[in-house]
Ligand binder design. Sequence first.
Ligand code: PMP
Length: 453
Amino acid sequence: MSSIEEKDKEFIWHPFTQMQEWVAQPQMVIEAAEGIKLIDDQGNSYYDGVSSLWVNLHGHRHPVIDQAIIEQLGKVAHTTMLGLVNVPAAQLAEELMAVVPQGLKKLFYSDDGSTAVEIGIKMAFQYWQLKGKPKKQKFITLANAYHGDTVGTVSVGGIDLFHRIFSALLFETIQAPAPCCYHCKLSSGAKLCGMACSKEVEKILEEGHEEIAAIIVEPLVQAAAGMLTQPPGYLKRLREITKKYNVLLLVDEVATGFGRTGKMFACDHEEVSPDFMMVAKGITGGYLPLAATFMTDEIYNTFLGDYAQQRTFYHGHSYTGNPLCCAAGLANLKIFRDENVLENLQGKIEAARNKLAGFTLKHVGDIRQRGLIIGIELVENPQEKIPFPWEMAVGAKVCKKAREHGLIIRPIGSVVVFMPPLASTITEIEHMLDIIYLSIKEVTEDEQLQYGA
Ligand code: PMP
């Protein structure tokens, strides 16, 4: 074991990790990166198949982002936004406004997806208090939702494994079914169902709208739930019914934003302009922690007044609008423009779709793709949709195998997640998918499956 690995195991508690398992197993130390590859301390390189947790867009060490950060370092690395303006934060805000859905006019900076969502929740709550509708306090959430790990965002989350233990700490929400055709319990004929999932939301709104502040949703794909893709038109329908019942729509684009789904934002697929939109992850091209919560003029203007009227939004973090992060954000948008990222993506998405069509393996139950968000659900029995027992850790085994073949990916339960950097070429995408195919085949067909990772 290297001395770095020793230090890690002695001092660090890793996210979402059972540390007993972590310290018992050999771990990979990443020392460097180049393009879409990560390089370990032995000099081995691996495809970054989950874009370093869904954040990296243009590859590592992109010269334009590197240079933007270096230049900003020569000016100022950090200063507060409390009482001061900083140059890249103002410039980035203007550029972002030009690409977000047209009804969004202002933004509030923060540092990560969880804080961006937390801000949306608090603003939506305060908005109704200020509008003289203090009874509108409840949030509709989706089953299996994931919006972050702070107490507020866990409250609007719905992943039992992560969130159950904290239930006594959380505020109550109204949970609607997760819209995913493969797992649908509302209907058996996906195309004939008339989107029963959206009707469930409408029923809740019809009955309770006077006490409902907002609905919060991950658009098109519930990512951390296992890449659960929503039927086309679902988001648009949510926009229609939230308008009808005077309820705010909060769209969490933390995972889907910045090209991931094939358009700049998932909202663009359905021409939806929400009341709030939260972004993080890809906003800096995957370099530095930055997030933003966007809102309409109606929301912003409602908070105008004096301090005594309680119209101020009392919230902010030390690193809000950090200049280095905003400089990286500006470089990210420049790359989108200069390198025609969105146009070039279409062929890559198609190439992935064609490759995935050949994944006719015995234990592949469902393949879900939206742009370069891909989830391959492995099941014990595809005919009956019987899942593999959790203890079998099939997803983890496939990912371990993929690593032996030079690809880093992470599972969500039995769903193999593939989220390559947008900069990956078609050849690289096909190569990574070949590795995933081979790894699934080896683990689920060629080897004797045992319990435990
Ligand atoms: N919302 C969604 C949809 C996410 O996928 C995530 C993170 N995976 C978050 C919020 C939380 O973001 P962060 O980890 O940056 O706090």
